[in-house]
Design a protein around this ligand. Structure first.
Ligand code: OAD
Length: 272
């Protein structure tokens, strides 16, 4: 770890002093579980970037291709397990609970590895890969099917230059209640976040005394705005990232390195 700003011992004193601690995570927290980040190497699926496929336009043009992409992500993520970074965040939450102090984990990830690690007060800004929503009746349900329907078995590999298969309407998943088409319950580019979910994240950021940002390029709004909000609310701001952006505006602590290596020792009270 390279300490670019502040000191570990000082961070840990703040951790102990803070009555309200909030953490924002991004794809970097799951990188050591083997899940490619969005903007780093391996962030492509075939010739498409996630940014091209995770859109309402892509869905209206070719829902089969979009489902093939999400089916691929289900195959990929279904085998992945929480890493020491997820576990350290779940552990510090328990410490905060024991002391009657507030802890909120806000994630941009849709992989649910924080849940699997045992995090409880979790805000999933961008939804979940493991939930589906009916485009007709809007019902949201858990769904762990891999493949998403039998027609997707064996499809979705990263090789190839285009869709491996043209899917028919009947191949796609449908709502058991109304028969409408099911889509991934995730937020796509160009879509609004659920206003209640966003409001609860903003409240946690604004009220935090310490705000830790882990493994995110923090370029996608409104998630990125939470850091500014926390700073406005008077929080100390800490960053743990593999490569910290040059702009260090309003950062109090900057720890450069892999989250899975840094968090287990960083997230300790000084006297423990
Ligand atoms: P990005 O891929 O943009 O950024 C991941 C960040 O994690 C980069 O700054 C990496 O340097 C860093 N990183 C990589 N490995 C790491 C490690 N082991 N430890 C610590 N840091 C590491 O991902 P996000 O910022 O999460 O949105 O992307 C934000 C949103 O854009 C995503 O939620 C998604 C995406 O497109 C939607 O799908 C709406």
């Amino acid at each position: 770890m390279r300490v670019l700003r502040g000191e570990v011992s000082e961070f840990q004193r703040w951790l102990q002093k803070s009555e309200r601690f909030a953490v924002l995570t991004g794809a970097g927290v799951s990188a050591e579980s083997g899940i490619p980040t969005f903007r780093g190497p391996g962030g492509l699926w075939r010739q498409y970037s996630a940014v091209e496929l995770a859109t309402p336009q892509a869905w209206s043009e070719n829902p089969g291709l979009v489902w093939e992409f999400y089916n691929y992500r289900r195959v990929l993520m279904g085998e992945k397990r929480p890493n020491p970074a997820h576990l350290a965040l779940a552990k510090i939450e328990k410490e905060f609970q024991k002391l009657g102090k507030a802890f909120t984990l806000i994630t941009q990830n849709i992989d649910d590895l924080h849940l699997e690690a045992g995090s409880q007060n979790l805000i999933r800004l961008h939804g979940s890969l493991w939930e589906v929503r009916c485009v007709r009746c809007a019902k949201v349900s858990p769904n762990r099917e891999v493949p998403i329907t039998p027609a997707f078995a064996g499809t979705g590999g990263v090789e190839g230059n285009g869709p491996s298969k043209a899917f028919r309407e009947a191949d796609l998943p449908h709502c058991s209640e109304c028969g409408g088409l099911l889509r991934p319950h995730v937020v796509w580019f160009g879509e609004m976040l659920d206003p209640e979910v966003l409001a609860s994240a903003q409240k946690a950021a604004l009220e935090a005394e310490l705000f830790l940002v882990v493994g995110t390029s923090a370029v996608v709004y409104p998630a990125a705005g939470l850091v500014e909000l926390a700073a406005q609310g008077g929080a100390k701001i800490a960053v743990v990232n593999l490569d910290v952006p040059v702009s260090h505006r309003f950062l109090d602590f900057v720890f450069e390195g892999a989250a899975g290596e840094i968090l287990p020792s960083l997230l300790q009270f000084p006297d423990s």
